[in-house]
Design a protein around this ligand. Sequence first.
Ligand code: BMP
Length: 365
Amino acid sequence: TLTSTFATRATMGVDTHPLTSYLLRLMDLKASNLCLSADVSNARELLLVADKVGPAIVVLKTHYDLIAGWDFHPQTGTGAKLVTLARKHGFLIFEDRKFGDIGSTVQQQYVGGSARVVEWAHITNVNMIPGPTIVTALAEAAAKWKERINYEVKTSVSAGFSYPEDGEGTEEGGCVNPRTDVNTSNHLRDADERKGSIVSITTVTQSFEPADSPRLSKTTLRDGDEVYLGIEEAPTDRGLLILAQMSSAGNLMNAEYTNACLDTARKNKGFVMGFVAQQSLNGEPEDNFITMTPGCQLPPEDEPTENGINGDGLGQQYKTPEKLIVGSGCDIIIVGRGILKADNPQLEAERYRKAAWKAYTTRMN
Ligand code: BMP
C-alpha cells in the first residue's frame, strides 16, 4: 500500500473498513493528510480552532478530559457541536481515549458515563495491554450503538418526528442531534421530501477552498442545504485505531508488542481502521490499515533547520512530515503544538497540510 494512492486504497478490497474508505476519499478530495491534535484548554477554544482549521484537516483529534468546560449535553454539548463542525468542513473526530481495561469496563466507558464517546467520536483508540478482548468488546459496543441509531432514525423518520429537538438552526450549522445527525442526512432528506421541512438547517455562507486542492471546486451553499461542501456524509460506523508504537522516549512498546497489535488488527478488520504508530505496519498485500502518526513538527519557516524540533523536554520526540510519510510510510500526521502555538494556527495548519501532502506526493513518485 505504500505506493498506492489514497484514492486507490479507498476502493481496495472488500474488507477495508467503511470509515477508512471514507477517510481516504476525504484525503484525496481535500488534498490533506493532516490531523490536528486539538489539545487546547477549554471548550470555546476547541470549537473555535476546529472551525478555523477545519478546511485544512481530515481528522480532528481530541482529549475530551483535558478540555475545561466540556459540555456533556448529548444534543447541544461540545461533542454535538464538534459533529456539526465535522459535517461542515468534512473531517472525522478521533477521541484519543487510549482505552486500557477489561472488556466490560471499556464498553461502559465507551458508550456511557458523562462523555458518551461513541456518540460523537467516529474513531477512538486503545492500548493493547489488556489483550485482544479490548478490541472485540469495543467492537461489540460499537455494533450495538450503530444498530440502535439506525433503528431510531428509521422509526423517528417514519413517525414524522421533528429533528432536532434542541439547537434547531440557532447557530451557523446549528442542526445538532449527535445521535442522529452524524450520518443521517439521506434519511432526513427523504423525510423532507415527504413531510415538508422537517429539518431546518441554517444558512451556511462559508465556502471551502483550500489553497492548493486541485480536486475540490468551490462549493457555494444555498439556504437550507444540509450537505456541506459537496462532501458526502460519513457512514454510520465507528472505527478503532490500535496504539502500536509511541513517540515518547523510553516507551515500552517493543517489536513483539507491535506485532501483536498487527495480529489483532488483522483479525478484527470490521472495526479496526489502523494504527497510531511511528511507521506503516502494512506488510501483506491485503493490509490497508491507516497509519496515523504523532510526534511531528516542522522547523520554523524562517529557520528551516531541524534543530530545535527534537522534543518538548517531557519525552515527546518530533520528526518532520517528510521523514514520517516518505521515510516510514505513515499516512496521516498528527500535529498539536506545532500548529496550536503558532501566532496564526489557521495559516500554520495550511503550512503543515501542504508539507504533509507534498511528502505524500513524493512517496507516490
Ligand atoms: P504535540 O504535537 O503537541 O506533541 O501533541 C501530540 C499529541 O499526540 C498529544 O495529544 C498526545 O497525547 C498524542 N500522542 C503522542 O504524542 N504520541 C503517541 O505516541 C501517541 C499519542 O496519542
